[in-house]
Design a protein around this ligand. Structure first.
Ligand code: ATP
Ligand code: MG
Length: 220
């Protein structure tokens, strides 16, 4: 479960302050598929970053499976991110010099999983996203949709229970976007992965159990 209690996020930009989130209260149950909608600058990415412990709230609490993340030290936060949370972004963020297989292996390298097991698991995950025949391609030898599928496989490497997706189809054409969304939906249906997905695209609402709209940093 993900729980946000009265969460504020204030960014400092030079002498100015930007309040990106103002008093967010939100509870997301295990296995839910939640879509976060809202105009540009409304705070969607900030919300996902805080849920993924990529950043800390200025005020308020973020709880992951009952763990209050503000009480964890940096090592515990790194472990929580590594083991429980998968993140995918609009820009994929694959390592350009590594093959698809090596990109998917990477989070398992950080976890200290032995090579043989890493390769086996990375192959399984790439097959799951339909790329079993493109293991040795570098990112620039793959289409955008294929790169996003590698990013999904990488996000799943350490078996997270939560998948946070920030505009995952934002750079994709309709058809590749649908392939990516169907994979995410299948992970939610078949593996019970909790999904929180930020998007501008209202046509994606059909995938969600619940749609949340934020405006100026508040849920409306
Ligand atoms: P988009 O749909 O364009 O991706 P968003 O809903 O994801 O927008 P955020 O990226 O969360 O919006 O931004 C919320 C507010 O916080 C905006 O006013 C933005 O300019 C500001 N902001 C976001 N990140 C930072 C940062 N690192 N430093 C300063 N201000 C930031
Ligand atoms: Mg954003």
């Amino acid at each position: 479960m993900i729980e946000l209690i009265d969460v504020y996020k204030v960014y400092k930009v030079g002498l100015h302050e930007v309040t990106a989130l103002r008093g967010i209260n939100l509870k997301i149950e295990d296995g839910e598929f939640v879509i976060v909608m809202g105009p540009s600058g409304s705070g969607k990415s900030t919300l996902l970053y805080l849920m993924g412990c990529l950043d800390k709230p200025t005020r308020g609490e973020v709880l992951i499976d009952g763990l209050n993340t503000s009480q964890l030290n940096d090592k515990q936060l790194t472990e929580l991110r590594r083991d429980k949370i998968g993140f995918i972004f609009q820009q994929y963020y694959l390592i350009p010099t590594l093959t698809a297989l090596e990109n998917v292996e990477l989070p398992m390298v950080f976890k200290g999983i032995p090579k043989v097991e890493r390769v086996k698991r990375a192959k399984e995950l790439l097959s799951l996203v339909g790329l079993g025949d493109k293991l040795n391609r570098k990112p620039n030898e793959l289409s955008g949709g294929e790169q996003q599928r590698v990013a999904i496989a990488r996000a799943l490497a350490n078996g997270p229970s939560i998948l946070l997706c920030d505009e995952p189809t934002g750079n994709l054409d309709t058809k590749s976007g649908r392939v990516v969304m169907d994979i995410i939906k299948r992970l939610n249906d078949e593996r019970g992965v909790t999904v929180v997905l930020a998007t501008h695209d209202p046509s994606l609402k059909v995938y969600a159990d619940r749609v949340i709209t934020i405006r100026d940093g508040a849920i409306c």
